[in-house]
Design a protein around this ligand. Sequence first.
Ligand code: HEC
Ligand code: HEC
Length: 206
Amino acid sequence: MKAVISLGLALALGGVAMAADAVVVKPLPAGSVSASDGLAAWERINKVASHPRCSNCHVGADNVPRWSGIAGRADGKHGMNINAGVSRIGAEAIACSTCHVTSATPNDKPHAPPHADIPWQLAPVEFAWFGKTSREICLQLKNPGQNGGRNVTVLAHHLADDANHLGFIQWGWNPGGGREPVPFTLQATVNDVLTWGAAGMPCPAK
Ligand code: HEC
Ligand code: HEC
């Protein structure tokens, strides 16, 4: 009886929090996936990573966030001469969080600065994806450690855990304000990362 009550409570709490809380990371045995299935999983991961909702923050050493893929905005650099500086949080000039308020409440108005519940900032330059090819992004993600399965498990956990913190990844799937979300679902992408890893992290020729 007690078990039934606490299960009910857990489900109720889960419902109050994010549906994304249910994201499951279930590593696959190394070698259990063919190279071609692994490559197919990678191409879906690349569609997420190179999507503007992700790559607009995952930019290179110019430290300039992008406004690509936003309806009504010409593709290009963040307006108002915003530069994140080497701090990647805008500490040198104007902090990103001045406009991108750290808040669990999304900013759903079109063309308003998006919110997340962790301080808004560019991704570290080692994770720059903007303007890169599928092969370049693939080699980059595969590089740290080169330790196969374990490496992708860490990556999969990063994606899944972000949802619990209402971070940028969760935002990418629920951007609001008329923005196009990244394709697939967070769970499907976590599964693809694990599938890609079990196939030995194959990268495409281009
Ligand atoms: C607001 C800017 C921003 C957006 C938008 C954003 N990221 Fe990031 N990303 C970051 C920052 C900052 C880090 C480094 C801190 C961290 O690891 O959490 C990061 C790190 C990462 C990492 C590396 C994690 C690791 O430790 O290996 C991955 C993978 C990632 N992001 C995926 C994504 C995906 C997928 C999307 C789109 C759905 C996305 N990011 C959107 C800022 C962003
Ligand atoms: C003066 C206010 C302001 C500051 C400061 C600011 N932003 Fe923005 N940012 C905006 C607005 C407004 C938008 C929405 C533009 C739109 O949707 O047309 C935006 C959008 C973005 C986007 C695009 C999101 C998407 O939909 O793909 C990124 C990435 C971004 N900002 C990153 C940053 C980073 C990183 C910093 C700090 C270096 C920063 N911004 C500082 C106002 C600001």
